[in-house]
Write a protein that binds this ligand. Structure first.
Ligand SMILES: NC(=O)c1ccc[n+]([C@@H]2O[C@H](COP(=O)([O-])OP(=O)(O)OC[C@H]3O[C@@H](n4cnc5c(N)ncnc54)[C@H](OP(=O)(O)O)[C@@H]3O)[C@@H](O)[C@H]2O)c1
Length: 329
């Protein structure tokens, strides 16, 4: 099969199109014929092997899992004999540890869900990691809930026009929040269209100095110190850190450790989001999408052969929504 393979760490030139064997599936696995995959920040981290601390898990000298890609939408090709939840022909989506920039990918059946009925494979491939992160950050870590109001209804999303942010605006809205979106002026119109009540252009206004208080801040950028973010929080508000900025060695770890150390001494909640795959979360997202409350935003679609270019574009230009790799028709 065709796959985008990486034999060493480096910039996007290490991503090569190769012919390799179709992955074997083990107990509890399914094999998915990939129709579409999408680009995430995680693909850049794995390509470059940064922050360096992450190589302890990815592989010290070279990536342990050489085929890139974590988001997949496709069709079940085969299932392990012990799997009864799916059968060949099912239209599914999932977040996998690696391997979706390829014609076939193996996945744990427990991480796979039936994809929404109302959207294309290309749209579905944008959902697992980005929308999963947004839902986990807002509802589980940030305790926002439509029924109870969670920790409050005034939600600010810093980094609201990218992959995670464009889902976060819509999900927060669906959970009953009033959303302030922070992004560039170029993307303000999209943020309003997705349901933001207010949009702040970060080039013009620093929301941490505006004096407004928010019950929940989801930080997807990491460009403000935690103490500045806390200034924009209500007294009992919650700050969810999903991105820490940071350097080449420790990445966001320094900032996260600092935030956690100060957490017991402040009335506000400071929490760190470490996104994890979950089929139950995907089922919740399927419902939100099929009900029309959430709509995936695809900026551009590339063929598998242009995956390196897609990753370059993701890193160099600010995407509006998600970049997608169309793998097979
Ligand atoms: N913690 C976790 O488990 C987890 C999981 C997934 C993702 N993440 C992190 O979440 C972050 C966002 O991921 P993504 O896929 O959404 O990235 P993305 O698509 O590149 O989006 C980045 C967003 O940041 C905005 N931005 C850039 N500079 C900004 C600034 N100075 N102030 C405010 N917004 C700014 C961009 O807005 P404009 O384009 O309008 O400039 C865009 O909306 C990444 O850092 C990623 O590593 C964390």
């Amino acid at each position: 099969m065709k796959a985008i393979v990486q034999r060493e760490y480096g910039s996007t030139e290490v991503l090569q199109l190769e012919q390799i064997d179709v992955p074997a599936i083990g107990a509890g696995d399914v094999l998915i014929r990939v129709r579409a995959a999408s680009i995430n920040q995680a693909d850049w981290f794995l390509t470059t092997g940064t922050p360096l601390i992450a190589r302890a898990a990815f592989g010290v000298r070279r990536p342990k899992l050489p085929v890139r890609g974590q988001d997949v939408a496709g069709i079940i090709e085969s299932v392990s004999p012990d799997v009864s939840s799916f059968r060949a022909g099912d239209r599914v989506y999932a977040e996998v540890p690696a391997g979706s920039f390829a014609e076939f990918v193996a996945a744990r059946a427990g991480d796979v869900a039936m994809m929404p009925r109302t959207i294309s494979f290309e749209q579905a491939s944008t959902v697992p990691l980005a929308a999963g992160t947004a839902l986990q950050g807002l509802r589980e870590v940030g305790c926002l809930d439509a029924r109870t109001g969670g920790c409050g209804a005034r939600v600010l999303i810093n980094g609201a026009s990218g992959g995670v942010g464009s889902f976060a605006i819509q999900i927060a809205n669906a959970l009953g929040a009033e959303v302030t979106a922070v992004c560039s002026a170029r993307n303000a119109e999209q943020a309003f269209a997705l349901g933001a009540a207010r949009v702040i252009d970060y080039a013009v206004e620093d929301f941490t100095r505006a004096g407004d208080k928010h019950d929940l801040i989801l930080d997807l950028v990491g460009n403000h110190p935690v103490r500045a973010l806390r200034r924009a929080l209500a007294r009992t508000g919650t700050l969810v850190l999903a991105s820490g900025g940071g350097g080449r060695i420790l990445g966001p770890m320094g900032r996260i450790i600092g935030a956690l150390v100060s957490a017991p001494f402040v009335s506000q909640q400071v929490r760190v989001l470490s996104a994890t795959p979950s089929a139950a979360r995907l089922d919740a997202l399927t419902e939100l999408i099929d009900s029309g409350a959430v709509s995936p935003q695809v900026e551009r679609v590339y063929p598998l052969e242009q995956t390196a270019q897609a990753l370059r574009d993701f890193v160099e230009q600010h995407a509006r929504g998600k970049l997608v790799i169309a793998v097979s028709p």
